[in-house]
Design a protein around this ligand. Structure first.
Ligand SMILES: Nc1ncnc2c1ncn2[C@@H]1O[C@H](COP(=O)(O)OP(=O)(O)OP(=O)(O)O)[C@@H](O)[C@H]1O
Ligand SMILES: [Mg+2]
Length: 241
């Protein structure tokens, strides 16, 4: 995959000074930039690759219609059509993830609960235990928590070899604690190649908010992701609800 600098590559050196409000403002700005770039990528995919594939699909469909039932080319064209259809739905899936998920509305806990019903995870049993004192947090905090949980569940689905994920999100004092666990095949976190982005971006999201993310795993012993994100009172927008 081509390397693009992206906003993460242009982060200014971290400023230690400044009031908490200023630093939060700075973080908000940076995270918004990241989200905007994700949106731009989704648009690019839509106007570029997706349109090309739609055109290819149309040509293949016409080719198929002009081929006789017994033509030896028929199964090949049918396969090509299937592949193009699969690529289109894969791209649409990527774009759907790239766009902001449905975080508006009922609050973080509800958004997390809704992840359980996401058709992408239908083959998984997700045990979701969410205990939050507040309904809403700053949008950047909500987005980070949502994305971390989403990617960790996705990893359970893709890599763990089990069909159960245990998610726990709790609010302790001024910290959100996010845990995603599975009892699957596990892996060696120190040996993950640079071409993988999921764990790296989960950690970046936590760190940008002043938090931490640990990956506890070893082969045969399952996997546990633990993220801690500070939510001092000043970060919380609304009262308990
Ligand atoms: N729950 C898990 N169980 C077993 N292995 C895992 C689990 N989560 C991650 N891994 C291992 O760590 C690797 C890196 O995960 P990461 O999410 O960074 O990348 P990825 O899922 O391979 O690709 P993507 O960049 O699309 O997320 C995976 O390829 C897999 O080998
Ligand atoms: Mg992943």
């Amino acid at each position: 995959m081509a390397e693009s600098p992206g906003p993460m590559g242009k982060l200014p050196p971290q400023r230690r000074g400044g009031s908490p409000t200023e630093r939060i403002g700075e973080l908000e700005r940076l995270l918004k930039l990241c989200e905007r770039e994700r949106g731009l990528i989704a648009n690019e995919l839509h106007d570029g690759a997706v349109q090309e594939l739609v055109a290819a699909h149309m040509f293949l469909q016409s080719a198929l219609e002009s081929l006789g039932q017994r033509s030896p080319a028929r199964p090949l064209v049918e396969q090509a059509l299937e592949r193009v259809t699969a690529a289109l739905s894969e791209l649409r899936r990527v774009m759907a993830q790239t766009r902001l998920p449905a975080l508006e509305g009922d609050g973080l806990a509800d958004a997390l609960q809704r992840l359980k019903d996401d058709p992408r995870f239908r083959t998984l049993t997700i045990h979701m235990d969410v205990r939050l004192r507040n309904r809403h947090f700053l949008p950047t905090v909500e987005l980070a928590v949502y994305r971390i949980v989403q990617e960790a569940i996705q990893n359970v689905l893709k890599h763990s070899g089990t069909d159960e994920a245990f998610v726990r999100v709790t609010q302790e004092q001024d910290t959100l604690r996010i845990e995603i666990e599975d009892h699957g095949r596990g892996f060696q976190p120190g040996k993950v190649g640079k071409e993988h982005f999921g764990l790296v971006s989960m950690r970046q999201r936590a760190q940008l908010l002043g938090g931490t993310l640990r990956v506890l795993s070893r082969p045969g012993a399952g996997t546990r992701i633990v993220a801690l994100i500070p939510v001092r009172d000043s970060l919380v927008q609304t009262g308990p609800g």
